[in-house]
Design a protein around this ligand. Structure first.
Ligand SMILES: *Cc1c(COP(=O)(O)O)cnc(C)c1O
Length: 332
């Protein structure tokens, strides 16, 4: 499998393999099932997260193409933008962020600034819609920009999670363990697409379940369709003939709450529970919501007593600070 991945240029940005943990105290507290956690929040690049793996292939492609500038976009508190700013050391980095410049830079925005990114404020648009125009301006000024799509979710970025699945398989084999289901936050799709292709290729033989973070938006194609497209693009780029159909997309779409970035009871509970039982920090936007969904699925007896679940911790803890008020709401 690695020989296929080795055909793609890859920048070394993180510390891999990331740790694999057994959440014994959480399982015990819940009365089962067994829950493992893959700590991609500990990927090592400027406070870590799942974008590090994607950026290894994206920055590899940018450098191979002779680019000297990275452009990407996201929400004000985007973890992807912060990791891109860190991955760009030696390259110029432009971030197109949703919203307006706040009076004080907090959380990821503070880190973007420290990491030397140039920031363009985009008002209502939080998915980098203005990146092509900014790229044109930079080209006119003599730069050679590489546009990294929202969330780093191109087929190139998703290769990072094809790689991650192989990494996990090796760790599980060394421990003589198997998993029945893997679950994770799914938002721009690169993580899920890469894991579907990677789990298939590595023979992980488990269900790959994305827990959706964003509400469906009318302006976009349905998320399921986007995911299936990206999965097949990733398989083609990776270099296998396998084509995936709609049945391979397993998506839990009922945990989107009040919408992207709005913290509710489910997120607060999940964050508090993991903090108290395991001393692990989830984040308010992605992993708190995904763990909230997982706890609900366990409550609904979706899994059997012999199942072993694996939760991918995809990062995001730097946004705990700007969300302080929403997180402590109704606590003593
Ligand atoms: C971006 C992100 C995700 C979602 O990953 P996608 O590949 O965009 O679906 C999950 N968790 C965190 C912390 C993220 O920053």
């Amino acid at each position: 499998m690695h020989s296929l991945l080795d055909q793609h240029p890859r920048a070394s940005l993180g510390f891999f393999p990331t740790p694999l943990m057994n959440l014994q105290r959480l399982s015990q507290h819940l009365g089962g099932p067994r829950i493992l956690m893959k700590r991609d929040d500990q990927s090592g690049l400027a406070l870590g997260g799942n974008k590090t793996r994607k950026l290894e292939y994206l920055v590899g492609a940018a450098i191979a193409a002779g680019c000297d500038t990275l452009i990407t976009g996201g929400a004000t508190q985007s973890n992807h933008c912060r990791q891109t700013a860190a991955a760009a050391s030696g390259l110029e980095c432009h971030l197109v962020l949703g919203g307006e410049a706040p009076p004080t830079a907090q959380g990821n925005l503070l880190l973007d600034r420290l990491l030397g990114a140039r920031i363009h404020w985009a008002g209502k648009q939080r998915k980098g819609e203005q990146m092509p125009q900014i790229a044109d301006r930079l080209r006119a000024a003599g730069r050679t920009p590489y546009i990294i799509p929202y969330g780093g979710s191109s087929a190139t970025g998703a290769l990072g999670y094809v790689h991650a699945a192989a990494e996990l398989k090796t760790q599980l084999d060394n421990l003589d363990q198997r998993i029945s289901h893997m679950l994770f936050a799914s938002s721009s799709g690169g993580t899920q697409a890469g894991l579907i292709v990677g789990a298939h290729q590595a023979g992980l033989n488990c269900q790959v379940i994305g827990i959706r973070i964003d509400k469906e938006e009318e302006a976009d194609a349905p998320y399921r369709e986007q995911l299936l497209d990206l999965t097949n693009q990733t398989a083609a780029l990776f270099g296998i003939d396998q084509r995936f159909d709609d049945e391979t997309i397993s998506l839990q779409e009922r945990f989107t709450g009040q919408g992207y970035g709005i913290v509710g009871e489910a997120e607060r509970n999940a964050i508090g529970l993991l903090a108290r039982t395991e001393g692990i920090l989830l984040d308010p936007v992605y992993t708190g919501r995904a763990m909230g969904g997982l706890l609900r699925l366990i409550d609904d007896r979706t899994f059997g007593p012999d199942d072993t679940l694996l939760f991918w911790h995809t990062g995001g803890a730097p946004t705990l600070f700007p969300y302080a008020d929403a997180l402590l709401e109704s606590q003593p």
